[in-house]
Design a protein around this ligand. Sequence first.
Ligand code: PBG
Length: 354
Amino acid sequence: MSATLRSVPRPDFREVAREAVEAKAPALALRQRPRRNRKAEWSRRLVRETVLTADDLIWPIFLIDGEGRREPVSSMPGVERLTVDQAVREAERAASLRIPAIGLFPYTDHSLRDARGSEALNGKNLVCRAIRAVKAAVPAIGIITDVALDPFTSHGHDGLLHDDGRILNDETVAVLIEQALVQAAAGADVVAPCDMMDGRVGAIRDALDRAGFGDVQIMAYAAKYASAFYGPFRDAIGTRLKGDKLTYQMDPHNGAEALREVALDLAEGADMVMVKPGLPYLDVVRRVKETFDVPTFAYQVSGEYAMVMAAAGHGWIDGERAMIESLVAFKRAGADGILTYFAPRVAERLQASL
Ligand code: PBG
């Protein structure tokens, strides 16, 4: 250490603090005291900027074949795969909790998966049967279905896989069009292309309109990143992915590119756009909302759910509070709604606090 540094006398901190208090300088100088508005619960409620309600929630539900069965998803504590009859019961519960919409995700029997994802085009596949059953029993709830081939392909990709390892764009879009029509015909209210092929939103919009499904909305997974946070979802739908999705899903390093993706999907006719995953991408949610000011959704994905549940399970965090706080964060960032596995739990809590 240099001699000059050592020669500076160290002030007596307690002395300095006592002088400051005696001078009452802070109290006099501060006209603005942000803590005043936080002094009581009524006041905090009064100045609150964002409010989370049941109207903000979309509940993704996993389906399995059979009847009267519920299977826990091991990497997602509290989440189960449901047979169609059970899914109908949960849709009824969702409607009574005022959750506006559910998403349906099938665990396709492995014997029905092939390289081309043919089962996606079967009008009597699991997801189509669930759409019909829920529509018949709970007509007032919105039904959203994924347009992508991954629950149906043996290799786990969202599109058609060429021998040389490429995912074929235009050939995939041709299949996705048919998949969307099959879902619309079964009664889906919203189709949600989540495959990230180029040009699929426009192609699906044209086909829906031509086939007389002009009212079917498109929620585009517009900015969907190649993320490690999808792990538990792949477990839930039984996907064994060969390779990775880096040539079609977005690079997590990019933000401006998300705006270009959203612009394209809107130009092609998307009614709503989505950013996915959620919490690690709130900057993207904010940029999308501020740039386009269209209905903007975010997906709190399986890995985000699993992290909260795992930490809460160990007693490391308060799971209930972390759940609410994370969903409020989506709203604060500008999201109009959130796809979340917490949906029924949050809605129950919100109802109880009314
Ligand atoms: C399928 C799809 C995925 C998710 C939703 N739709 C997985 C993936 O793209 O690999 C992830 C949802 C979640 O993790 O909760 N294309």
